[in-house]
Write a protein that binds this ligand. Structure first.
Ligand code: 3PG
Length: 209
């Protein structure tokens, strides 16, 4: 299945920051137990590439992407690790072109009409809206929907209380967030809580779609 169709089926993308690749397998297991079969592992730590590899090997059915891809070095590492898609906080045409050349789905971050147009000009149809809450949130996405056919993955400031309102927007395919995989939960090994929070997200989505 097309990666964007899978993201749109999942409807939620946990944004993960791992201090050690040792946490990758138990974290992915905790997400899957909670009903979430996608993970965006961010290049905010050196553990990203190894973590992506581990999840791919141990959970081949899980969709694993690279997040916070800030430069071509990150992008190359993500590709080598086998990331199925790449997400970036900003719109960097070099990273977009790198992914287009390799047919790797890429979701760069935008917050303005000019950035949406630059991304669409490169043939992209799905963009990250980041940081969502600080950039006008739901009213901004509604306004963008009145002008552009592009779809969005909002992240930044979403949580269990507000994500579903984003998800109901016609131009949102999935929401991203770190609230169910917060650093302290991972670092203290509280994977049961990650499963509980993931299952809560899944329950809210089921109740609304
Ligand atoms: C991201 O990179 O998508 C964000 O940092 C996630 O935002 P959150 O931590 O506010 O959920």
């Amino acid at each position: 299945m097309n990666i964007f169709n899978r993201l749109s089926d999942e409807k939620i993308v946990p944004v993960i920051k791992l201090q050690s690749p040792d946490s990758a397998t138990p974290l992915a297991d905790a997400l899957i137990k909670g009903g979430i079969n996608v993970a965006e592992v961010t290049f905010r730590t050196d553990a990203a590439a190894e973590s992506i590899k581990k999840i791919r090997t141990n959970f081949p059915e899980m969709l694993v992407g690279a997040g916070t891809v800030l430069n071509l070095e990150n992008a190359k590492k993500a590709e080598d690790a086998g990331a199925s898609f790449m997400v970036a906080p900003g719109f960097n045409p070099k990273i977009v072109q790198f992914c287009l050349d390799r047919k790797i789905p890429v979701v760069p971050g935008v917050t303005s009409p000019s950035e949406v147009e630059q991304a669409m000009e490169m043939g992209l149809e799905v963009l990250k809206f980041f940081p969502a809450e600080l950039s006008g949130g739901i009213p901004m996405l509604k306004t963008l929907a009145s002008v552009y056919t592009a779809k969005f993955m909002p992240t930044g400031g979403l949580n269990a209380d507000n994500f579903i309102d984003y998800l109901k927007l016609s131009n949102v395919i999935a929401c991203g967030g770190s609230w169910m995989v917060g650093g302290p939960l991972v670092e203290s090994g509280n994977f049961e809580e990650i499963t509980r929070l993931s299952a809560e997200v899944r329950r809210i989505i089921k109740a609304n779609f």
